[in-house]
Write a protein that binds this ligand. Structure first.
Ligand SMILES: Nc1nc2c(ncn2[C@@H]2O[C@H](COP(=O)(O)OP(=O)(O)OP(=O)(O)O)[C@@H](O)[C@H]2O)c(=O)[nH]1
Length: 399
């Protein structure tokens, strides 16, 4: 008889280090054939692309991407269907689910453990929840709570459901897990990490707390741990509350916290200096997380990955545009991937800027207008009359 497949769920706030951890797992020396479900709230699943870049295809493992919603609410049924279909595959040893950064962990655990969903699919015996992991950005916790009011006092204050904010989501994610990874410890001093560890421990007494940099932890801490125990977890206050409310009554984060997302797209390139000035001087505080691919006029042969998480900005060269590859190679990829072919621009090929913004009460049109001002226009591009200077000292050979 086929054995039930264990599942590890990775939750954690936007930009905490879940994808970094997932890539660490996929490159790990565990000998497991792992299927992965990646969930992104925006309509473009950037994580999926990054995981593919990270060598996922090489391992020929199974990746299911769920975008434009959250597996704890709008995509909950899709998650159940996906797990049901993965369980039918003959050679999967393990499933890792990366939840979107705004997912609440309890409804996800519910979907995996309770047989009474509206689809009538009973996952019991096919898959089981092995470990709930929460990745926490230690720097963010420090900025949000560490230097000011103690986190436990804030928790006591949270009595009015109408006034829940992002910090409550962070607390929910901290509270409901078996393993808590305190990531980005490199961004704090030792005494600060100690303080944060104490604060987190005051909220979460059961979970194992592991400090990390770039989510580098021993994989035995989060795979096949057998730590998830439904009965024990049922004592968690939030879990009981959700159970009482029932399956359908989970309030989506969009309503609960005023979170929204949109994708900025352009077929024209960005001017690197103007884009950099936007990031450094005019980046709106309402954006909690952004992530995407940028075409820079000054670095036109390859795409760049830009991402922001809180106050941190990361921008780096990623990979050559298909349009720059030799014709035979390009035709080969295009014949295999009709989606790229469909989006192919007659002049610029697959070059495109595509950035997902997730934030709270964002002024979308204002952000779009600011980004439009960074574009190099068609005439300048055609004539080559645009600034060639860039603040990014990238060597093409490093790709
Ligand atoms: N300094 C520092 N940066 C880190 C660390 N771990 C991850 N990062 C960076 O933080 C950013 C976010 O990391 P991700 O792994 O994409 O975070 P995520 O939780 O998957 O983000 P979402 O999918 O948007 O929720 C990236 O730029 C990472 O390179 C760390 O330990 N230290």
């Amino acid at each position: 008889m086929k054995q039930s497949i264990p599942i590890t769920v990775l939750t954690g706030y936007l930009g905490s280090g879940k994808t970094t951890l997932l890539n660490h797992i996929l490159h790990g020396d565990h000998g497991l054939k792992i299927a992965v479900i990646v969930n992104d709230m925006g309509s473009v699943n950037v994580d999926e692309a990054l995981i593919n870049q990270g060598g996922f295809k090489r391992t020929e493992e199974k990746l299911i991407s769920m975008a434009n919603g959250c597996i704890c609410c709008t995509l909950r049924e899709d998650l159940i269907v996906a797990l049901d279909s993965l369980a039918q595959l003959p050679d999967i040893d393990y499933i890792v689910i990366e939840a979107s950064g705004i997912s609440e962990p309890i409804p996800i655990a519910q979907s995996l453990t309770l047989p009474d969903n509206p689809l009538g699919i009973d996952l019991t015996g096919q898959v089981h929840l092995d470990t709930m992991v929460t990745v926490v950005d230690a720097k963010r916790i420090w900025d949000d709570f560490g230097s000011g009011q103690p986190i436990v006092d804030r928790q006591k204050e949270i009595v009015d459901e109408e006034n829940r904010d992002i910090r409550d989501l962070l607390i929910d994610q901290i509270e409901f897990c078996n393993v808590l990874i305190l990531n980005k410890c490199d961004l704090l001093e030792e005494w600060q990490v100690e303080k944060i560890e104490t604060l987190v421990h005051s909220l979460q007494r059961e979970a194992k707390i592991i400090r990390s940099v770039r989510s580098e932890i021993a994989l035995t801490e989060i795979l096949n741990t057998n730590l998830f125990d439904l009965e024990q977890m049922s004592y968690a206050a939030g879990w009981i509350k959700e159970l009482e409310l029932g399956y359908q009554d989970h309030v989506p984060e969009t309503e609960e916290y005023g979170i929204s997302s949109f994708v900025y797209r352009s077929n024209l390139p960005m001017d690197a200096e103007r884009f950099n000035a936007f990031l450094e001087k005019h980046f709106p505080a309402s954006v909690v997380r952004s992530k995407g691919f940028v075409w820079f006029a000054q670095h036109s042969d390859f795409s760049s990955l830009m991402e922001t998480a809180g106050n941190h900005v990361d921008i780096s060269p990623l990979t050559y545009w298909l349009a720059t590859l030799p014709k035979a190679e390009r035709m080969q990829v295009l014949s295999e991937d009709p989606e790229i072919k469909e989006r192919w621009h007659p002049l610029y090929g697959d070059r495109l800027t595509e950035i997902v913004f997730i934030g709270i009460d964002m002024h979308q049109s204002g952000i779009e207008a600011a980004l439009d001002l960074c574009l190099v226009d068609e005439d300048a591009l055609q004539s080559g009359l645009y600034s060639k200077t860039s603040p990014y000292p990238w060597e093409v050979s490093s790709l």
